[in-house]
Write a protein that binds this ligand. Structure first.
Ligand SMILES: Cc1cc2nc3c(=O)[nH]c(=O)nc-3n(C[C@H](O)[C@H](O)[C@H](O)COP(=O)(O)O)c2cc1C
Length: 386
């Protein structure tokens, strides 16, 4: 009798042939792995993702939107896949902006073990890195079921000591919304970010999120420029400050305004009552030729002061990148494409392994910049930035 591993719930199943479904969590056979083939390293997870995402993403060592990479084909009319909008200038700008930031390397002082713990929206996290809201992985070579994808992200994030956001896309409906299905399956331990749909639809989705016990809700305001929604003819809308105020008043949960790139607009969202400003250009997927997030982040922090939580995402691949974003003004950092690849490669296990790798590199970065804990992170650790 062979043993099989469910990469969503970790159950070990027995059977001569591969089980069609996990007895415990009902994940289908795409999430079930022969025991001997269960990935032990992140590299093995990424190898599995590379195979499953053939033709869409090659899980390159550097995910930077360079034009010669297979994801960058939107410019020629193909679907966006995992790439950037247009010619991918915004996608590349995220990586380039981070690459320009350098650390002051500090070697003198007492030996210490960096403490990465933090609190975010009242939740204790092992480190200030969250899985970002993403959606639509099911459409990539039918590699996995969308709800299983969402559950993998939420469970893997929790097991790594942090929390996951989940997204929204054209085939999510109120009746069958994989992000909300996963929130329910994970007892609400997650944060749904909805597309800027009509106010009425948003209120219904927010109500369900509240009912499931989610920790916060949000809208990716930049999703108004989603090329995926446009391709499928699904309506998304620009939101006014009044609309945001209305949603903030409607919900009892903290509200996240995601996709903010301008200091004035960040301030307007703060004034409208948002608890978190998510500085993001959607991984370069909604407007080509924006600055990189690391470029605008300090300007936004300067404008809004300490009054509000800020997250940053875009091109963050390692704990070194995380520390840069924190030093530039973020309270927490979100990971997009890397978490998709991790979940496609090995479900919950893949997400956990990926986040653990980022945690390890964050600790290294903190150690070598003389940063004992998250409260000590500041621009003094950056070369020529203070
Ligand atoms: C395939 C894909 C799907 C995404 N879907 C969503 C979504 O549904 N909602 C959302 O707020 N952001 C979405 N994003 C943006 C991410 O939340 C995040 O802002 C971005 O991926 C961060 O950049 P990175 O991928 O370089 O880490 C998506 C990004 C990708 C690559």
């Amino acid at each position: 009798m062979s043993e099989w591993y469910c990469s969503v719930c970790h159950e070990i199943l027995k059977g001569e042939t591969k089980p069609g479904v996990c007895d415990i969590c009902q994940a289908d056979d795409r999430m079930i792995i022969k025991m001997e083939e269960v990935p032990k390293t992140l590299e093995q997870v990424r190898d599995a993702a590379r195979t499953k995402l053939k033709g869409i993403c090659a899980a390159y060592p550097s995910c930077d939107g360079n034009f010669d990479k297979i994801c960058q084909r939107e410019a020629y009319g193909k679907p966006i896949g995992l790439g950037g909008a247009g010619q991918g200038f915004s996608f590349r700008a995220n990586a380039e902006a981070l690459s320009r930031i350098q650390f002051n390397m500090s070697v003198l002082g007492d030996h210490f073990e960096p403490d990465t713990a933090t609190r975010f929206l009242g939740i204790d996290l092992k480190f200030p890195v969250l899985s970002s809201s993403t959606a639509g992985a099911q459409k990539y070579n039918d590699a996995l079921d969308e709800t299983q994808f969402c559950i993998s992200v939420l469970k893997g994030s929790k097991e790594a000591g942090t929390i996951g956001l989940r997204g929204d896309t054209w085939f999510y409906t109120r009746e069958d919304h994989p992000s909300l299905n996963a929130m329910k399956a994970c007892n609400g331990y997650g944060i749904p970010i909805f597309k800027p749909r009509s106010q009425d639809v948003l209120k219904k989705l927010i109500e369900t999120a509240q009912e499931y016990g989610c920790k916060a809700v949000g809208v990716d305001l930049d999703g108004a420029g989603s090329t995926v929604m446009a391709r499928q003819g699904m309506p998304v809308f620009k939101k006014s400050v009044k609309d945001i105020e209305e949603l903030v008043r409607f919900t009892t949960l903290p509200f996240i305004a995601k996709g903010i790139m301008m200091p004035e607009e960040a301030q307007k969202c703060v004034d409208a009552g948002a608890a978190v400003i998510a500085v993001s250009n959607h991984g370069g997927r909604v407007l080509d030729s924006t600055p990189g997030v690391a470029t605008v982040l300090p300007l936004i922090r300067e404008k809004v002061g300490k009054s509000v939580l800020i997250t940053a995402d875009g091109g963050v691949r390692t704990g070194y990148d995380v520390l840069k974003m924190l030093a530039l003004g973020a309270d927490a950092v979100l990971l997009g494409r890397d978490i998709i690849r991790a979940a496609v490669g090995a479900g919950t296990l893949g997400v956990k392994l990926h986040l653990e790798h980022v945690h390890d590199t964050l600790k290294k970065a903190m150690f070598m910049t003389g940063t004992k804990n998250i409260k000590m992170v500041g621009s003094r650790i950056l070369f020529n930035q203070n």
